[in-house]
Ligand binder design. Structure first.
Ligand SMILES: [Zn+2]
Length: 443
């Protein structure tokens, strides 16, 4: 086929309209995807890497894919880190005694069993920390960095402990990375870097408590905290990516890869991050099977393990499939929630973008025809880099997403069934056309 024109009515889509419409109708006819998300999160709860919960959920997903009639259903083994939170607390010792909600950051070391007790020094950023370096020794440093956007603010969560330790702090706290919630602490990954520094314990406290401590310190009041954490690493354990397919009818070796990550952080039930991303991409294959629609290329669903604290699933997939990396013609990930207004983002060549924009016209009934730039995702990134694969992401409203992200509030209750169905419908129609169109999506 010649590269179709992207102006006017994209006539090349005519053979796909009926099936795309059927898939969209089936996805939005009921709340199957939400129901399955509720079953996953109710039954298995949090799914942190290395946990029995995750292991059991992987068995369940594998069985469910088989029951759906997906093909070539199997698991692919990777070794994953096992970080265990243990008991933890932060207590304000003065001015008044007060226990603060907190969450240790994933990867942190623990404290001695009596805890670490010290005065708090509050800084607004790394520059202030460096300027006031002489004051840091023996203190608990609190990075009270207001949330701007995730990419910017998360640097203090991932690197704050290392920065504070370089100046002699005994522990590092970060204001939770997210819009102000209901005094909800947010966990997330951190690392100590490669330089030989003292590994100090690190945790997140809420935006409200960060502000309170800031106000106290601004008034010249001494704030003293006791941090107790039993966090530790145990040896790596085996885990698995779950794979299921609709084999292509004409070019089964050409692959459209879709998925999300199946592991989660431990305070909530990993409903929005990223159970829902797994469900809406899995739906693409389930609905094609259910409606007996088999595209020319293979649609491969992968539920990746260990995105949150290691990316061993995404890297393991790349390593196991390096030989067929170039045969991946499109990769789609959902790991930013499905909160309305959702959108599809794309990264790839201009020629591919024109085709994707054409396909977007099929999504007009869902209000998702405008496809923005910015596809990609942590788990599809490694194979896509290797195979130069065009990528797509489904993203929900980021304020809603980051309000519950990595908190105890990440539960299915926050997610509307119609928003899940709409995401599944859009992804399914898009994936179907790309998997079935006459020419491979250009790289
Ligand atoms: Zn995620």
């Amino acid at each position: 086929m010649e590269a179709p024109p992207s102006l006017g009515v994209p006539g090349w889509l005519d053979p796909y309209r009926a099936n795309a419409d059927k898939l969209i109708k089936a996805a939005t006819a009921d709340q199957s995807a939400w129901n399955r998300l509720a079953e996953l999160t109710d039954t298995f709860g949090q799914r942190i890497s290395g946990s029995d919960n995750l292991k059991r959920a992987i068995v369940w997903a594998t069985d469910a894919m088989k029951r759906d009639g997906l093909e070539n259903v199997h698991t692919e083994r990777v070794m994953v880190p096992r970080w265990v939170r243990g008991q933890e607390s932060i207590e304000m010792i003065e001015p008044p005694q007060h226990v603060l909600p907190m969450l240790g950051l994933g990867g942190s070391v623990g404290t001695p069993s009596a805890g670490v007790e010290a005065d708090v020094m509050v800084v607004a950023n790394g520059d202030e920390l460096a300027k006031r370096s002489a004051e840091v020794k023996g203190k608990i440093v609190l990075f009270n960095v207001p949330y701007t956007n995730y990419g910017e603010t998360v640097a203090y969560r991932s690197g704050g402990a290392r920065m504070a330790a370089q100046h002699g702090a005994v522990a590092a706290l970060v204001r939770s990375v997210g819009p102000t919630g209901l005094r909800t602490p947010h966990t997330g990954g951190m690392n100590y870097g490669d330089e030989p520094i003292t590994r100090i314990p690190t945790a997140a406290i809420t935006a409200e408590d960060s502000n309170r401590i800031q106000r106290l310190v601004n008034r010249g009041v001494r704030v003293r905290l006791r941090v107790k954490m039993a966090a530790r690493f145990e040896p790596d354990v085996e885990s698995f990516n779950v794979v299921g397919e609709i084999r292509g009818s004409e070019k089964p070796e050409e692959i459209v890869l879709v998925g999300g990550h199946f592991d989660s952080w431990d305070p909530g039930t990993g409903a929005s991050d990223d159970g829902v991303g797994c469900m809406v991409t899995w739906e693409a294959a389930r609905l094609m099977k259910k409606l007996n629609i088999r595209p020319k290329r293979t649609v491969r669903v992968v539920l990746f393990t260990n995105e949150e604290n290691g990316l061993r699933g995404g890297n393991g997939y790349r390593d196991a499939h390096a030989q067929e990396a170039a045969n991946h013609i499109f990769a789609v990930e959902s790991d930013s929630g499905v909160f309305a207004p959702g959108r599809l983002g794309f990264s790839g060549s201009e020629a591919a973008r024109a085709l994707i924009a054409d396909i977007g016209t099929l999504l007009a009934p869902l209000g998702l025809q405008d496809i923005t730039s910015g596809g990609g995702g942590a788990d599809i990134g490694p194979i896509s880099t290797l195979g130069k694969v065009p990528m797509m992401a489904y993203s929900g409203d980021s304020t809603k997403y980051f309000t519950i992200h990595h908190t105890p509030a990440d539960t299915v209750d926050r997610i509307e069934p119609q928003e899940v169905s709409r995401a599944a419908a859009a992804l399914t129609a898009m994936i179907y056309v790309v998997a079935d169109m006459p020419q491979a999506l250009p790289k």
